[in-house]
Design a protein around this ligand. Structure first.
Ligand SMILES: Cc1cc2nc3c(=O)[nH]c(=O)nc-3n(C[C@H](O)[C@H](O)[C@H](O)COP(=O)(O)OP(=O)(O)OC[C@H]3O[C@@H](n4cnc5c(N)ncnc54)[C@H](O)[C@@H]3O)c2cc1C
Length: 472
């Protein structure tokens, strides 16, 4: 047996938590390795999450615009057709390019990449088993280990994935034909985004959600508006309803839906089960090493420096508590490594944006009106509709509004909730405002370009002191 190679830091998982942490570690002078079990680097986010879903959302939105909206702009585009395999090939190309770039990034930073599934053999030693049928495993040593193995789709008893008719988000990113009828179990952001993709391409989409509302973490007013606008586009909703069983045949899937004490049978071509994701700790050998796992949630508890109960083993991203978002994972990866290198790394959990890439988009940061009320914080709300923004009129995208919540006494911004065109990009200004502890007056007095969507934010901020120029 040859000599065992030793690294200052070994990172398990090359998702947005792991690969970003690896680059930061290399910048800080740590001899770093990254172990990934899949062929392509970039994690769920790049392979089967954020990136392919947004590529399909963008393509399907172009298709929808060409079919339904060009005429109002005076464009005669002729007969618009769909080449689904070309659309999928484009999505795959985007994924291929970006995952390839992550490999170059790691190599460029002299990070050693190991291909295979890692398990802890001791708290400072990892065994790497190669993927597939390849034989032989490799052992490496680590001064510290950063676990960034992410999450996997939650399986629901009675609705087990078969990969063809009853599927997770991964398969719903690659259907070879447009399902005539698509059932979506779960009205969270993944269900609504992928439901939107297939609805735009021609599916009749039914969302079945146990809660009485969709996207339950959203500000209530924004969530209700989102549901109304998606319904207007043709999505149907069964809220307070539970899919208790699904039976797949070669051509369809029959779902039993329970609501209000009644049972109804639905037949779909495919059923997407998108009820959430669970931290992926399987196979890491954590129990044997003594790393705690929260029994209820499956998360790994960590302290403010992202250390597990075993000090030299850290964890970030979907594996630990908090919103399962790529940018949260990356921010934690950077902070964890900076702490390890003796620097003051930190993540401000009050200033993490969340986006739903439906159309219109939804984006938020900070507290919702419901949370502010529950905490009995005195507050003021300023809101402004996009129908009042010149740019939105030019684009013909007047649905939605900006809602800004500020502290009733100090005027400090507590939360911003946007539903409307380009909300995903507009939220950045609001995150910065929250991060800097800005007041609504700071935004109101900041000169915003004209005509832009962000003028709606400025007007909402002016609305707090009842000095909006355009509100009627
Ligand atoms: C359909 C979909 C759409 C999404 N859209 C968005 C979005 O728009 N914006 C957003 O912020 N978030 C989005 N997310 C969530 C986002 O993808 C995750 O929050 C993010 O990928 C988590 O990053 P991570 O680094 O913690 O883990 P992951 O990205 O899951 O990466 C973990 C990596 O570890 C590897 N791994 C696991 N076990 C081992 C092992 N034993 N050995 C070696 N390697 C291992 C895995 O193969 C994987 O590559 C989406 C998710 C899905 C499913």
């Amino acid at each position: 047996m040859g000599e065992i190679e030793r690294f200052d830091l070994v990172i398990v998982g090359a998702g947005p938590g792991g690969y970003v942490a690896a680059v930061r570690a290399a910048q800080l002078g740590l001899k770093t390795a990254c172990v990934e079990k899949e062929d392509r680097l970039g994690g769920v986010c790049l392979r089967v999450g954020c990136i392919p879903s947004k590529a399909l959302l963008d393509s399907s939105e172009y298709y929808h615009l060409a079919k339904e909206r060009f005429a109002e702009h005076g464009i005669q585009a002729g007969k618009v057709g769909l080449d689904l395999s070309a659309m999928m090939a484009r999505k795959d190309k985007v994924v291929e390019e970006l995952t390839g770039n992550v490999r170059k990034l790691l190599e460029g930073n002299k990070i050693k990449i190991f291909a295979g599934a890692a398990a802890l053999a001791a708290k400072d030693r990892l065994e790497i088993r190669p993927a597939g049928k390849k034989k032989g495993s490799q052992t490496i040593e680590a001064g510290a280990v950063l676990l960034a193995t992410g999450s996997e789709p939650t399986q629901v008893p009675g609705l087990e994935f078969d990969g063809k008719r009853i599927v997770s988000s991964t398969e719903a990113l690659s259907f070879s034909s447009v399902p005539k009828k698509l059932g979506v179990v779960g009205g969270g952001y993944i269900g609504l985004e992928l439901g939107s993709v297939w609805m735009r391409l021609g599916s009749a989409v039914s969302v079945i959600e146990m809660m009485p509302k969709v996207a339950a973490t959203l500000d209530g007013q924004v969530g209700r508006t989102l549901q109304r606008l998606l319904k207007k586009q043709g999505m149907s909703f069964h809220l307070g309803a539970k899919v208790s069983e699904a039976k797949a045949s070669s051509k369809s899937v029959k779902a039993t839906v329970e609501a209000d004490g009644k049972t109804e049978a639905f037949t779909f071509d495919r059923l997407l089960v998108a009820v959430g994701r669970r931290p992926l700790t399987r196979g890491l050998n954590l129990e044997e090493i003594g790393v705690h796992i929260d029994e209820k949630t499956g998360h790994i508890p960590v302290d403010s420096a992202y250390r597990t109960n075993v000090e030299s083993i850290l964890a970030v991203g979907d594996l630990i508590a908090g919103p399962m978002l790529a940018h949260k994972a990356s921010a934690e990866g950077i902070a964890a490594v900076e702490n390890l290198a003796g620097q003051p790394g930190e993540v401000n959990y009050d200033a993490i944006p969340a986006v739903i890439y439906t159309w219109p988009e939804v984006a938020s940061v900070g507290l919702t009106e419901e949370q502010v009320k529950e905490r009995e914080i005195p507050y003021c709300v300023g809101s402004f509709p996009f129908s009042g923004a010149g740019r939105a009129r030019c684009m013909g995208e007047t649905d939605g509004f900006v809602k800004l919540i500020a502290h009733g006494r100090t005027d400090r911004i507590l939360g911003v909730h946007i539903i409307g065109p380009r909300a995903a990009d507009m939220i950045a200004e609001c995150v910065l405002a929250v991060e800097f502890g800005a007041s609504s007056e700071d935004i109101a007095r900041t000169v915003h370009g004209h005509p832009t969507f962000s003028e709606a934010l400025m007007e909402a901020a002016m609305g707090i002191r009842e000095c909006s120029i355009y509100a009627s």
